[in-house]
Design a protein around this ligand. Structure first.
Ligand code: BES
Ligand code: ZN
Length: 627
């Protein structure tokens, strides 16, 4: 009778589960709290849901595969019979229950973006399913580097990049940001290498194993699967402060530790704004130069490009950004990729607040102005009335990667800044702090955030909500009329110098003393689109742009050099394109070359040699461009 009733009341039981107690500290509900449908996952988490992943994997650098088992702990709704996982380019070798008995499974048809559903029969005994599998050498989440592609040139290297929907190419799990999972791992690697993960290290130096060394990890906080991350290589460590440090190849680690000397203080500054840092340590892994992103907020261990090692700490706002994700993104997570701006817009706003608290208002405002320039360029490219400029993304049938534009980042951060200006900083901070606390370790949708904000920030006032044009900001195209404007006096002076130069002043007469990286970036951005060879040469002679070791300044200069077909910078351009693989630098530079008749053969020639050095994430964006 009781069982029957429970079945008949299935939906009621599910609803009641909303109020189910949360296991303290893990965020895993004891029953299945309903989740919204994620169009980029095959999972049916309201029926059966992965709550914990235990990996036991070995690296094979010759075959370029990870192989072993993923043991999944599963919570199920009454009556559920199967678990649906996401899998892409995985070879599945078997599925068993906790006792080792075989479970039936089926791999469905694979979609080029989503991959395949892997359906496994739920065990009658226990709540665990072990999947034996192997990754493919072409797994999009993994880049296997030859020794030649590393700084040390002697050992190979492996790293993963899970966001947005790539974790399914190395772990068979429910790969949706709303389905939070704790994890543990045993990773066996060649004896000379070290493994690090986005988790607590149980064996920092590893333990001897039959075939090399084994490293064990544990992540006790429930995280979205895109944050499970690994790197294996000749990796050294330097402490920055009591809870911060840097991992990098031995020849890079000291300069990285110097570059990031402020990071211990930065964690404290972030905490003073939005409350305690909840992840224990904050370390940074500096990757080899092919890392396709600037940074990735893997919990406890931010992954970062070496192109921010400028030597003068001038590009640390990227670390402020990844650290900020420890609240926006990792604590409160976009429920689906359409809600991506909840991760990146909040984080870009918070990044700027951290920079202001660390280095002062002048710098924060300059960074805002640079973001505005990038945003305007992006909107101009899309067209101000196009759907691409809407914050809440429409991604049906599309790769979530397509939504990774300046809109989520900079229109998103501007929306929050507008709210801050409207209600005052103190109120806004109080609200955001309580928002992070009340929704910690949970997914968030755009609609739920807006409802929360209306109730808890705007006092439930519809009039206020309309007056602030909230729906226009989030669901409308372009930039609303209450878009905040960053006014930087220092940038105004920079613009005056750029204007003077454009009107014929010689570079030696320009007043540039004391300029920091962001002023140089803005100067380059304020120059005419194209210049004569004589103008370019005069600037280069005076300021040494072609030889700069600052990747952002070099990038801005090289764009000018392509636009002006400035030959003396071409070999520096080729070096830049062949020695780092950051997509944000590669796509515009190759794109600029492809726009010019003379540039197309140059782009194709460089790409032919450089492509093997790039990560699948970067080649995925470049292949189409260079066709
Ligand atoms: N989480 C992103 C990187 C990302 C987004 C990877 C979407 C895959 C899909 C990360 O926090 C980020 O935004 N990185 C930026 C740097 C930042 C300072 C704007 C980057 O890599 O350029
Ligand atoms: Zn980010």
């Amino acid at each position: 009778m009781f069982t029957k009733l429970a079945f008949a009341l299935g939906p009621v039981v599910l609803l009641a589960a909303c109020a189910a107690p949360i296991q303290v500290g893990t965020g895993i509900p004891t029953a299945l709290a309903p989740l919204e449908q994620d169009i980029h996952s095959h999972a049916r988490p309201n029926e059966a849901r992965v709550t914990h992943v235990a990996l036991d994997l070995a690296t094979d650098f010759t075959a370029k595969t990870l192989a072993g088992t993923a043991t999944l702990t599963v919570a199920r709704a009454p009556g559920a019979t199967e678990l649906v996982l996401d899998a892409r380019d995985l070879t599945i070798l078997g599925a068993t229950d906790a006792g080792g008995d075989a479970l039936q499974y089926a791999l469905g048809a694979s979609d080029p973006i989503m991959g395949a559903p892997l359906t496994v029969q739920l065990p009658t005994r226990g709540d665990r399913i072990s999947i034996r599998y192997r990754t493919s050498p072409g797994a999009s989440a993994l880049q296997w580097l030859s020794p030649a592609q590393t700084a040390g040139k002697r050992q190979p290297y492996l790293f993963s990049q899970g966001q947005a929907i790539l974790t399914r190419t190395w772990i068979p799990t429910q790969d949706s940001p709303g389905i939070r999972q704790t994890y543990e791992a045993r990773i066996t690697v060649p004896a000379a290498l070290r493994a690090v993960m986005s988790a607590e290290q149980l064996t920092p130096d590893g333990e001897p194993a039959a075939a090399g060394r084994t490293f064990r990890f544990r992540m006790n906080e429930a995280i979205p699967p895109y944050l499970i991350a690994i790197a294996v290589g000749d990796i050294a460590f330097r402490e920055i402060g009591p809870r911060t440090g840097v991992y990098a190849e031995p020849s890079v680690v000291d300069s990285a530790a110097r570059e990031f000397a402020d990071v211990e203080r930065m964690v404290g500054v972030a905490e003073s704004i939005y409350g305690p840092y909840r992840w224990g340590r904050y370390d940074i892994l500096v990757l080899p130069p092919s890392f396709p992103f600037g940074g990735m907020e893997n919990p406890r261990l931010t992954f970062a490009t070496p192109t921010i090692l400028a030597g003068d700490r001038s590009l640390v706002s990227l670390i402020a950004h990844e650290l900020a994700h420890s609240w926006s993104g990792n604590l409160v997570t976009n429920a689906t990729w359409s809600d991506f701006w909840l991760n990146e817009g909040f984080t870009t706003y918070f990044e700027n607040r951290i920079m202001e608290a660390m280095y002062g208002r002048d710098i924060a405002v300059m960074l805002q102005a640079l973001e505005r320039t990038e945003l305007d360029a992006e909107i101009a490219g899309f067209g101000a009335d196009t759907a691409e400029t809407i914050l809440h993304l429409r991604l049906a049938g599309r790769d979530p990667d397509d939504g990774m534009t300046q809109i989520a980042y900079n229109k998103g951060s501007s929306f929050l800044r507008m709210l801050e200006l409207a209600v005052g900083r103190e109120r806004f901070d109080q609200y955001l702090r309580s928002y992070f606390d009340r929704h910690a370790f949970q997914p968030m949708t755009t609609a739920r955030f807006l409802a929360d904000m209306r109730a808890n920030l705007l006092g439930g006032s519809d009039a206020r909500y309309r007056e602030l044009q909230v729906d226009r900001w989030v669901y409308g195209t372009g930039l609303p009329s209450n878009m905040p404007v960053a006014r930087s006096d220092r940038f105004a002076r920079v613009e005056a110098q750029a204007r003077a130069f454009a009107q014929g002043a010689v570079p030696t007469s320009l007043v540039t003393t004391g300029w920091i990286t962001q002023e140089w970036q803005h100067f380059l951005g304020s120059l005419p689109d194209t210049m004569t060879t004589a103008q370019m040469a005069a600037l280069d002679q005076q300021f040494g742009f072609t030889r700069t070791g600052n990747s952002e300044i070099l990038f801005a200069w090289l764009r000018k050099a392509i636009a002006s077909r400035y030959q003396p910078a071409m070999s520096a351009l080729e070096t830049f394109l062949t020695t780092q693989g950051r997509r944000k630098f590669l796509v515009p530079l190759y794109g600029d070359l492809m726009k010019a008749e003379w540039g197309r053969p140059v782009a194709r020639r460089i790409y032919a040699t450089a492509r093997p050095l790039y990560h699948p994430v970067s080649t995925g964006s470049l292949d189409g461009l260079l066709r």
